[in-house]
Write a protein that binds this ligand. Structure first.
Ligand code: FAD
Length: 281
């Protein structure tokens, strides 16, 4: 029984009460000993300061923190300042992204794509940071074609990224095919499967529509049929996602990055189920 990659993502809370709740969530999840905790940036209106505050708390609690850095709408000087600040505080891991901005921002800023950010961070800080980038087994929603998206992904890795975390997905074949296609281009970095626990149907459906993740029809119909019965949604969701994880590990995936949505229970439940099946995260 070998052990697999395992990391957890948080978003920066917006109120002092939510910050306190996240501290409690972290205390619970530290028991699971993941390799690192990443902290999103910008998504949902969070600020760079929120990301930094949470990442530094995690770092000061003796855990490995990986703040997300987004580059769209920023300048080289702003990114330089941010990464030098992280470096001076002992942070060694970043998730490097383009990010999304409202279309009103147009093309303001000195970066257009994540590969430019990766290249810049490497040029400025050498090997100081371990750098993850995003991958889309079901294609990034704005990509011209799957092949174009794949080429862009490979460009991002060749710019100096160490590993990738995927957008969440419920179609394991999309993941396996993506990994095969990447490897066929001679690229062999770990592609960690992003896993979104299913705990609430309405918000998952809304979010999936915009981010390029498909909820397969059979899962959608089943979830819809539960209506407001959250307990059944959770139970079915746990079953589906546990099997997805087993399938992924069985097919050679290096491990998981859990989108926790700042909740401990769904991640704990999944890890427990995987342990029962003989997998060690
Ligand atoms: P890129 O890799 O730059 O790709 C964006 C699009 O441009 C793709 O369609 C790609 O095919 C195309 N492209 C890429 N490079 C080129 C090029 N050189 N020339 C032409 N076309 C190109 N968003 C946030 O705001 N904050 C977060 O913290 C955050 N965390 C995330 C974490 C993960 C693991 C994932 C999967 C996504 C996250 N996102 C986050 C969402 C992400 O910012 C969006 O999906 C964004 O639209 C793309 O970011 P990217 O880094 O993948 O972009």
């Amino acid at each position: 029984m070998s052990s697999h990659h395992f990391s957890i993502e948080f978003f920066p809370p917006k109120t002092p009460e939510a910050c306190e709740r996240l501290r409690e969530t972290r205390r619970q999840l530290y028991q699971l000993s993941p390799e690192y905790f990443s902290v999103t940036r910008g998504a949902g209106g969070s600020t760079s300061e929120g990301t930094q505050d949470v990442a530094l708390e995690i770092h000061n609690e003796g855990q490995r923190a990986a703040p997300h850095v987004t580059c769209i709408g920023t300048t080289r000087e702003m990114i330089r300042e941010k990464i030098m600040d992280y470096k001076s505080k002992g942070i060694r891991h970043l998730v490097a992204l383009r990010g999304d901005l409202p279309s009103a921002y147009g093309v303001l800023g000195e970066f257009h794509y994540a590969n430019e950010l990766v290249e810049f961070v490497r040029a400025e800080t050498g090997d100081w940071f371990y750098m993850d980038v995003a991958a889309y087994p079901e294609m990034h929603p704005q990509a011209k074609s799957p092949q174009d998206d794949l080429d862009n992904f490979v460009r991002k890795i060749n710019a100096g990224a160490d590993a990738a975390i995927t957008q969440y997905f419920y179609n394991p074949d999309a993941y396996f095919r993506f990994v095969e296609n990447v490897q066929a281009q001679g690229v062999n970095v770990p592609i960690i499967a992003g896993i979104m626990p299913i705990t609430n149907y309405a918000s998952l459906a809304r979010f999936s529509d915009t981010c390029g993740a498909e909820i397969p029809r059979w899962i959608r119909l089943k979830l819809e049929s539960y209506g407001d019965d959250l307990e059944s949604i959770r139970e079915f969701g746990l079953d589906v996602v546990t099997r997805l994880c087993e399938h992924l590990l069985g097919g050679g995936a290096p491990g998981f990055h859990f989108y926790s949505l700042n909740q401990a229970a769904p991640v704990e439940a999944l890890c427990e189920r995987l342990r029962q099946s003989g997998y060690r995260t």
